[in-house]
Design a protein around this ligand. Structure first.
Ligand code: PLP
Length: 337
């Protein structure tokens, strides 16, 4: 049995999810006539207490639409230097919004109100105007670290004071909410736009939703069209998402428990020098006396898949298709390496 921990995107739809997809009511969503897409957008907007939502093919698209909504030429977004929007979206900030980016440092991929305050551009002819701050929760490259609301509140206040929009790359926001116990509405109240992935821990085949004001989501529909992201009978995909929101949120706690167990196993391993604190479903291990390539090929010989994550790091992600039996096997196999 291959144990695939490369990402939480490797899951396949469950039978229950496939049945929900099979029986979905659909229509042409570019005409706004797909009842299941409309229901999904409304359901998520209501959960987070936001005005509206838009269903898109990927989290890259929802992030890129948000960046284009809030920035443009001669303007910049402030984010952590390890942000997905900067590292893993193919240079979209520049290519799509023609905006600049200011990268901040911070432990476990997180930035603070203090460091943002120091980096907001002055009102000066030389400067690139700061119009957007983007946070990521959970923070992928931070090892699935999470922000608390107490950390976000001063950032929101700072942004409001300077007329700067605040976006949340919440690809794994439900993992964060399950780990912290904080409420979706409290998070919704603090951001202008939120991007949520359904194809990560929630186990859907495709899809992300961008939440925001009615006016922003109206503009987002035009931007999505120009990106080629207008879909027709997308209700089959939205049905999977509605099913996941009803059945796959609370169970994320299991993924977190299994990730913690993996973290403990790796901490004891002679080839591992450090494991980032495990808070959600991501485990990042720093290696010693071996390259990530060699470590990964040893894992692979033992039926375990993971990914390289920086020059001396590897990443494991737990998910819906990783169970306790596989965790036991993982424990046995990792000892062989
Ligand atoms: C996966 C991910 C996204 C979106 O990725 P897509 O593959 O385009 O859906 C955005 N942000 C983070 C942090 C992610 O992990």
């Amino acid at each position: 049995m291959i144990i695939d921990l490369r990402s939480d995107t490797v899951t396949k739809p469950t039978n229950g999810m496939l049945e929900a997809m099979w029986s979905a009511q659909v229509g042409d969503d570019v005409f706004g006539e797909d009842p299941t897409v409309n229901a999904l957008e409304q359901k998520l907007a209501e959960m987070f207490g936001m005005e509206a939502g838009i269903f898109c093919p990927s989290g890259t698209m929802t992030n890129q639409i948000a960046i284009k909504l809030h920035t443009g030429p001669h303007q910049e977004v402030i984010c952590h230097k390890y942000s997905h929007i900067y590292l893993y979206e193919a240079g979209g900030i520049m290519a799509n919004a023609r905006a600049s980016v200011k990268l901040l440092d911070g432990a476990y991929g997180k930035i603070t109100a203090e460091s943002i305050a120091e980096n907001i551009s002055p009102d000066d002819v030389h400067a690139c105007e700061t119009t957007l701050v983007s946070l990521e929760n959970t923070m992928n490259k931070g090892g699935g670290s999470i922000y608390t609301l107490d950390e976000v509140k001063p950032i929101k206040i700072l942004c409001e004071k300077h007329g700067i929009k605040l976006h949340l790359d919440g690809a794994r926001l439900f993992n964060a909410l399950v780990a912290s116990g904080e409420s979706a509405k409290d998070w919704g109240a603090r951001f202008d736009t939120i991007s949520i992935c359904l194809s990560k821990g929630l186990g859907c085949p495709i899809g992300s939703v961008l939440l925001g004001t009615k006016a922003d989501i109206k503009r987002a529909r035009k931007i999505r069209k120009s990106f080629g992201g207008g879909m027709r009978q997308a209700g089959y995909l939205a049905a999977a998402a509605i099913y996941a929101l009803d059945h796959h949120v609370d169970r994320l706690a299991e993924d977190h428990d299994r990730a913690k167990a993996i973290g403990q196993l790796l901490e004891k391993h002679p080839l591992v020098s450090e494991v980032f604190p495990v808070v959600t479903n991501i485990v990042i291990a720093r290696l010693q006396d071996i390259s990530p390539e060699d470590f990964l090929s040893k894992l692979s010989e033992n039926g375990i898949k993971a990914v390289k994550f920086g020059k001396d790091q590897v990443r494991f992600v737990t998910h819906l298709d990783f169970n306790d039996e596989m965790l036991m096997l993982f424990g046995e196999r990792i000892k062989e390496i």
